[in-house]
Write a protein that binds this ligand. Structure first.
Ligand code: NAI
Ligand code: 13P
Length: 437
């Protein structure tokens, strides 16, 4: 068999072992377009494992506006109020994780608001009403109790208005619209975190979702990514995650504390872009892995795709943001997420079906049939990455990413993922950095 990735085959030349030439490439995309954040961090406590913190509180949800309570010594304790914006498969699990901790930790208000993009179920009932009645997201996470302190709210403005900690977790394509609706609606002292794996491509270049949130709302936004298949975490199987933070370690520790449980181990890393790009780009690799499964290529081929994909992820991330650290790719958000998504994710599953159908059924069709309202991120991310690559003249540097998109849109057959294309990659482009100047 002939492989489609001669750039990487056997040659002693390594595109990614030495980034000096890459960092010399002209970048049109700013590596730092972060607006200084204007918010004050909530009151912090020293980081301690959540399950060791004293005094579990009552499970009764609060509805009062106040965020102050009295601590053991009679002092007023400022409590953080958390709202989860999103209620899909991962959004619901995130709300469950958080709600289990807000009940135990004195520094958080018990209640967790969860904004629900309202829909009417086949029974005629509103999803929000059913969640609040049964404590289950019957559509996106059936069979799992979220915790009685999770309150579903279909009103976005109302859901965010009292929160000083906002957790964004919707499919990435909806975030621009959500941010527009939230301008002027969030508290001045709010901190945000994005669990969203994806990016937008604008005229000025690519924009990570955390950056979209920061810029549109004028707030600081960290990220949480990792090898986190939601259905597994929902039943409390052990996994790890990575919080990416910008420069305030205390804020990162507050997020670690909010999410950590004995079965969900969270590590902070000072590399927002690296962490977020890992989470975003691995979805493109997972589509490639699904093609390989659909073609019944076997484990060696899939492992090759994962390795090549990880190298393209690292190279692409470093081209966009010179601050991205190599070590980030060894965190849960990097190699571990590539592995889990290529083995058990939705992107992989639908891409497998696409290849089995010889590319004759569209991703949209397959997604609607197989995911029942849940959303793929990899196909649109492949398109967004492709736009960046073609705009910058980098297509030949990233044959895996480029091929995935061309297969998704039907320009190449699924088998192209492992075959030579007609067009030979121009190795000279890689070997002579001067080509880029
Ligand atoms: N599900 C998983 O295992 C994991 C997902 N993620 C990431 O988390 C993010 C959210 O994923 P999920 O929670 O799984 O979502 P999902 O894939 O379950 O998507 C369904 C959600 O989208 C909402 N929705 C549909 N149309 C909408 C619209 N027009 N506006 C706003 N919302 C709309 C639905 O109401 C529902 O809440 C994605 O970026 C995903 O990559 C990250 C880790 C694991
Ligand atoms: O991000 C995920 C696991 O970390 C989930 O990936 P999928 O969207 O492909 O299911």
């Amino acid at each position: 068999m002939r492989f489609h990735f001669p750039l990487y085959s056997s040659s002693s030349f390594s595109l990614f072992s030495d980034f000096t030439f890459i960092s010399s490439l002209p970048l049109i995309f700013s590596s730092s377009h972060f607006s200084p954040f204007i918010s004050m961090a909530p009151a912090f406590e020293p980081l301690s494992p959540p399950h060791q913190e004293a005094e579990p509180q009552t499970a009764t949800p609060h509805h009062a506006d106040t965020v102050n309570n009295f601590g053991n010594d009679g002092q007023v304790v400022s409590k953080s109020k958390v709202t989860v914006v999103g209620s899909g498969n991962w959004g619901s699990v995130a709300a469950k994780l958080i709600a289990s901790n807000t009940l135990k930790l004195n520094s958080f208000h018990d209640e967790v608001r969860m904004w629900v993009f309202e829909e009417t179920l086949q029974t005629g009932e509103k999803l929000t009403d059913v969640i609040n009645k049964t404590n289950e997201n019957v559509k996106y996470l059936p069979g799992i109790k979220l915790g009685k302190n999770v309150i579903a709210d279909p009103d976005l403005d109302n859901a965010v208005k009292d929160a000083n900690m906002l957790v964004f977790v919707t499919p990435h394509q909806f975030m621009e619209g959500i941010c527009k609706r939230l301008v002027g609606k969030v508290r001045g002292d709010v901190e945000a975190i994005s669990l969203i794996k994806g990016m937008e491509v604008k005229m000025e270049g690519p924009c990570m979702i955390s950056n979209l949130i920061s810029e549109q709302l004028g707030i600081n936004c960290s990220v949480l990514m990792g090898a986190n298949i939601a259905n597994e975490i929902a039943v409390e199987k052990f996994s790890e995650a990575t919080v990416g933070y910008r420069d305030n370690r205390e804020i990162a520790e507050q997020w670690v504390k909010l999410f950590s449980t004995p079965y969900f181990m969270v590590t902070p890393v000072q590399d927002v872009e690296g962490v977020e790009l890992c989470g975003t780009l691995k979805n493109v690799v997972a589509i490639a892995a699904g093609f390989v499964d659909g073609l019944e290529m076997g484990n060696n081929t899939k492992a090759a795709i994962m390795r090549i994909g990880l190298r393209e992820m690292r190279a692409f991330s470093k081209l966009l943001f010179s601050s991205v650290r190599d070590s980030t790719f060894f965190e849960s958000c990097g190699v571990a997420d590539v592995i889990t998504t290529c083995l058990g994710g939705r992107n992989r599953k639908v891409a497998e079906a696409f290849a089995r159908n010889g590319g004759k059924r569209s991703f949209d069709d397959l997604e609607a049939e197989m995911l029942q309202g849940q959303k793929l991120q990899g196909v649109s991310t492949a398109r967004e990455v492709y736009e960046v690559l073609s705009h910058r003249g980098w297509l030949e540097l990233f044959p895996l990413f480029a091929t995935v998109h061309e297969i998704c849109v039907g320009r190449l057959p699924p088998s192209a993922i492992v075959e030579y294309s007609e067009k030979k990659p121009r190795l000279s482009l890689l070997e002579d950095p001067a080509c880029y100047q």
